[in-house]
Every structure is written in C-alpha cells, then in structure tokens.
Design a protein around this ligand. Structure first.
Ligand SMILES: [Zn+2]
Ligand SMILES: [Zn+2]
Length: 185
C-alpha cells in the first residue's frame, strides 16, 4: 500500500514537471516561430500571444473562456486520440490534460497583484508550487527569450542556464528552420 501511494505521488510530481516543460515548449514555439498569418493557429493563438507581449497586464481582464478555449480544444483532441488508440483514458492523461487546459489561468495569476486573486493562489505561489509574478516577469524582460515555462518556478532557471532553447533553435537552423526574428540568408 505504501509503495502504491509512493508511486502515485512520484507520478504526480513527474507529470507536474512534464506539464511545466510542455507549457515551455508551446510558449517558446509561439514566441519564436509563430506567425499571425499561419492557418488556424495564427488567429487562434499567435495573435493573442502577440498582444500579450505588447500589453502583458491586459490578460488579467480577459475571461476564462477567452484564455482557455484553445487549450481545451487541444486537450480534447489529445484525449480523443488516446481513447481511439488505447480504448481508455488513463488518469495520468486526465491529470495533465485538466491542468494543461488551465495553463493560461496559471499564467494569468502570474500577472495579477496579490489582491486580485484568491488567497490560496498567493499561498501556492509563495510556496513555489505555482510560478510567482517575479518569476514570470523575467520572460517579459527584454530580449524576452527566457523563462518560457509558465507553471512552476523550477524548470526555467535550469533550462535557461544550460541554454536549452537556444540549443534547439541552433539545431533547427541546421535544417533552415529559423525563428521569426532571424533572416533566412
Ligand atoms: Zn512569451
Ligand atoms: Zn505573461
């Protein structure tokens, strides 16, 4: 029984960090490779991402549905694929899906002042279970090429220190896939 509980706890922690990493991947791709003229995603997510960078605090006035609808569509498609392939939906997919669909709300909390969010959120941020405003502020500090993960404060310092995102960009440039701020010479 103890081993079973330990295994669940370890999985929850691992999935939580995996989720943080996934938010980083999606966010990094949107910031560095997303273009507003791309089909479907251009209007659905890249445009929203662009205005967020122009005016980060504006997201605090947006509704739940406005911020999370694309996340729920993505998660719904992911769950559908899992069910079609395996015939069931393991709890791990449910856990990561529900948290992932709400990633923009966690991001929004990182832009809110303490008196604009529930006390429990301030507590979760203070205890570094969720990303704190000053952690996320690093992302909105020029050149805005670090701290892409938006769930926890733990992965960003490691990924930035090892130059993870620039390493992937350099690797992709070998295949002539460049970030939107580079010129294809
Ligand atoms: Zn960004
Ligand atoms: Zn932000």
């Amino acid at each position: 029984m103890t081993l079973f509980i330990l295994s669940i706890v370890l999985q929850l922690v691992a999935l939580y960090f995996l989720l943080d990493f996934l938010t980083g991947i999606v966010h990094w791709w949107m910031d560095r490779y997303g273009r507003e003229d791309m089909p479907i995603v251009g209007r659905a997510i890249i445009e929203i991402n662009t205005w967020h960078h122009e005016n980060p605090r504006k997201m605090t006035t947006r509704s739940y549905w406005y911020l999370c609808k694309t996340g729920w569509v993505g998660v719904g498609c992911m769950w559908l694929v899992v069910v079609l392939l395996t015939g069931h939906l393991p709890w791990q997919w449910l856990f990561i899906g529900v948290l992932g669909a709400n990633a923009n709300i966690v991001h929004q909390w990182a832009h809110k002042f303490p008196n604009e969010k529930p006390k429990v959120i301030n507590w979760l941020q203070k205890h570094r279970i969720l990303q704190r405003p000053h952690d996320h502020a690093q992302h909105h500090t020029r050149p805005e090429t670090r701290a892409y993960c938006t769930y926890t404060p733990w992965l960003n310092p490691i990924l930035d220190r090892i130059g993870f995102w620039f390493a992937i960009e350099n690797f992709l440039s070998l295949f002539k896939i460049y970030t939107t701020d580079r010129i294809d010479a």
